[in-house]
Design a protein around this ligand. Structure first.
Ligand code: HEC
Ligand code: HEC
Ligand SMILES: [Ca+2]
Ligand SMILES: [Ca+2]
Ligand SMILES: [Ca+2]
Length: 469
């Protein structure tokens, strides 16, 4: 109720200023020209395989050593406790990988396995059953929790394995050029803690790239409220919604910004959640290892290794600083004619309705480096219904199965350089940017159709633009 009141107050304030300048925040942001400084003053002109790993151009000298230390936290390979390095021991008992960077390779994105015999090395499977847990969170699967841990300490059985098989779907551009898309299906094997319930819901997700996250966290909530149009009042067929999620560090409900379904509100929550869920590392936010009911040996291992919080306060703080202050790589080739034409086509096809080219922070940002920035992430951080083909049938807080956060597009053209592949979308099904667009449906169906109907020369221009980001 309190929330609703605040919201309408913000709306009134907005329509007031809107009347004065005869424009909405959306129109105002869309009118700002995109410059190569995609990350505002944090931007760096780098296009090497390390492009996602540099400190923000404008980093304050006092944050440099903190950033460097945070980088060590992100790249450290954690070992079982007690280990040779007491600062980085405490892995598991259950886990997915031994380090953050194992999934976020070179701070970039993950990739789905090629086939059923390949491990999920840079992605994970979220699980739940119908219903809601506390604060509207997904309801954990009895015996397995809300995530499949496919690795565990020696002598302890991992929860199981997810095995992917791909099937092909044929389609064609309007000009007759055929294409093939591939769609994953997952089977679970080696389940060590009992049968899975019949009504299990799963959401396969690859690791996201790590650039510009501090800026995204610093976008005022009022901006998201102004961009959201849950009932499509303006009638353009696009109805972005805010996901409202539980934020453990602040013990409050907040607009979600991170994860493929905007299922996390703050970097601090995300980093602590990753440490605990993906690596079995406790932090000041989530102070204990997770073992599910029925995983007796897991509890035994956790107790044996318990030395209190595994990533201690000051180290966790440095990891957070690192995650906030990574540089965004500069756009390349902005003056090339095909890139310029591509940006016009991007806007003309309606891509910018969701992939908002420009956002701003104000002076409430938590770091000086992130204050009052104008930057170009190509996301509105909102949830959009992407249609049946991308439906994972697993709600996540307020996101339905078919709703996903508009994926930021900055850095997308460096994926090949940084990660050696060009696989996209939440489950890595798209093998290149064109396939990612062709999977768009639901609210994005009209934009997808515009792309599918473009002559090849225009499709190439659009792709040249995206590859310049
Ligand atoms: C097992 C692979 C894996 C490991 C290990 C891992 N992550 Fe992730 N990370 C992911 C996946 C998958 C997502 C998307 C999650 C979602 O959509 O719910 C993600 C998302 C994130 C995000 C949000 C990015 C965005 O654009 O919204 C951040 C920040 C992050 N991880 C930080 C970390 C940190 C810090 C660590 C180490 C403490 C870590 N991750 C370890 C797989 C991993
Ligand atoms: C209705 C909102 C909407 C519109 C319109 C839209 N997109 Fe998207 N886009 C999304 C969402 C949401 C995702 C993430 C979907 C997923 O991972 O399943 C996404 C993902 C992508 C990706 C993959 C990004 C990644 O990190 O994996 C690309 C590339 C992309 N969009 C390009 C475009 C282009 C080009 C257009 C215009 C032709 C467009 N989109 C129109 C919402 C939209
Ligand atoms: Ca542990
Ligand atoms: Ca689990
Ligand atoms: Ca609308």
């Amino acid at each position: 109720m309190k929330h609703a009141l605040l919201f309408s107050a913000a709306t009134v304030a907005l329509s007031f200023s809107a009347a004065a300048v005869a424009t909405s925040l959306r129109d105002e942001l869309l009118a700002i020209p995109v410059t190569p400084a995609l990350g505002g003053d944090t931007t760096r002109p780098i296009a090497t395989p390390e492009a996602f790993t540099f400190a923000a151009e404008n980093i304050k000298p006092m944050n440099r050593p903190m950033f460097a230390f945070g980088n060590q936290m992100f790249t450290a390979e954690w070992t079982p406790a007690p280990g040779p390095q007491p600062t980085t021991d405490g892995l598991g008992p259950m886990f997915n990988r031994e380090s953050c960077v194992a999934c976020h390779v070179q701070n970039g994105r993950g990739k789905a396995p090629d086939g059923p015999n390949d491990l999920m090395d840079t992605m994970l499977m979220r699980w739940s059953v119908p219903g809601e847990a506390e604060h509207g969170a997904p309801k954990p699967v009895p015996g397995y929790g809300d995530q499949l841990q496919d690795r565990a300490l020696d002598g302890l059985k991992p929860e199981g394995r997810a095995r992917v098989t791909w099937s092909e779907v044929k389609g064609a551009y309007a000009d007759g050029t055929p294409y093939t898309l591939r769609t994953p299906s997952f089977k679970y094997t080696d389940l060590a803690y009992g049968n899975l319930p019949k009504d299990i819901m799963s959401s396969p997700r690859v690791a996201n790239p790590m650039v510009g996250l501090g800026l995204l966290e610093s976008v005022p909530a009022s901006t998201l409220e102004a961009l959201a149009d849950p009932d499509d009042k303006d009638g353009d067929g696009i109805s972005g919604r805010i996901n409202t999620v539980w934020d453990a560090p602040s013990q409050s409900l907040k607009p979600g910004r991170f994860g493929w379904k905007a299922n996390v509100a703050s970097l601090s929550h995300q980093n602590a959640g990753a440490a605990r869920g993906d690596m079995g590392i406790s932090t000041p936010v989530f102070v204990a290892d997770v073992c599910e009911q029925g995983q007796a040996k897991c509890f035994e291992y956790a107790k044996k290794a318990d030395q209190g919080i595994e990533m201690e306060d000051s180290f966790f703080e440095r990891l957070n600083i690192y995650m906030h202050l990574l540089a965004v790589p500069q756009q390349r080739g902005a003056d090339r004619p095909e890139v310029k034409r591509g940006e016009v086509l991007f806007r003309g096809a309606g891509c910018a309705s969701c992939h908002m080219p420009t956002l701003k922070t104000d002076d409430t940002a938590p770091f000086a480096e992130l204050k009052n920035q104008t930057f170009h992430p190509f996301t509105d951080l909102l949830l959009h219904d992407m249609g049946e083909a991308l439906n994972d049938n697993r709600p996540d807080f307020m996101a339905s199965g078919s709703e996903w956060r508009t994926a930021p597009l900055w850095g997308i053209g460096l994926t090949q350089t940084v990660n050696g592949h060009t696989h996209f979308l939440h489950d890595g099904r798209a093998r290149n940017i064109a396939e990612a667009i062709l999977w768009h449906g639901g609210e994005a169906e009209a934009a997808k159709e515009k792309f599918r109907s473009m002559p090849k020369a225009e499709r190439d221009d659009l792709l040249a633009f995206l590859n310049s980001l």
